[in-house]
Ligand binder design. Structure first.
Ligand code: PNS
Length: 162
């Protein structure tokens, strides 16, 4: 059984993330999307909210499950029997950022990192840019799954605490 891990902050989960998860799900028996908890970073969404939004967005992908982790990802992968990590790349900047982590994870636990090229429609999309644009009144609907878009607008409009 081949299991792949798609880790990230996912604050929030974008259509760029969805593209990577969908393609991973077509190539592995199971995909675990893991929200990595960073206690030093206050997000727009709580970890529970992020998990619910990812689960709703990926409900049509039966071999995808959503989880959370706090700590070294290689420990999580060892616990879950996962040997492959998938990272989406949007640019050479992403590549420069990801390579040292891939190398470190390989040395720590023989974890293989596979890079997946982003959908060209979303190479400019990041969770942080989407939040900034939304807070300043720009239209972020084209970059988000519908359920995530509604949740972001609810946060921005003060219906959920930001
Ligand atoms: O969506 P992000 O914020 O770019 O995701 C980065 C993330 C969470 C995947 C990265 O920070 C990470 O791997 N954190 C887990 C802690 C860990 O294992 N650190 C060592 C990396 S070599």
């Amino acid at each position: 059984m081949t299991i792949a891990l798609c880790p990230g902050s996912f604050d929030p989960f974008t259509l760029g993330h969805r593209f990577v998860v969908e393609r991973a799900a077509a190539r592995f028996d199971e995909v675990i999307v893991t929200v990595v908890v960073n206690p030093n970073k206050q997000g727009m969404f709580t970890v529970d909210e992020r998990i619910d939004l990812i689960a709703a967005t990926c409900s049509d992908l039966p071999n995808v499950r959503v989880d959370r982790w706090r700590g070294l990802l290689v420990d999580y992968m060892r616990n879950e029997g996962v040997t492959t990590m998938i990272k989406g790349l949007r640019s050479s900047t992403d590549f420069e950022y990801e390579v040292p982590m891939a190398q470190m994870n390989r040395e720590l636990a023989d974890v293989e990192t596979l890079f997946m090229w982003a959908d060209p429609r979303y190479t400019h999309v990041s969770s942080s840019l989407v939040k900034e644009v939304a807070k300043l009144g720009g239209d972020v609907e084209p970059f988000l799954p519908p359920v995530v878009y509604r949740a972001v607008m609810a946060k921005v409009n003060g219906e959920m605490s930001v």
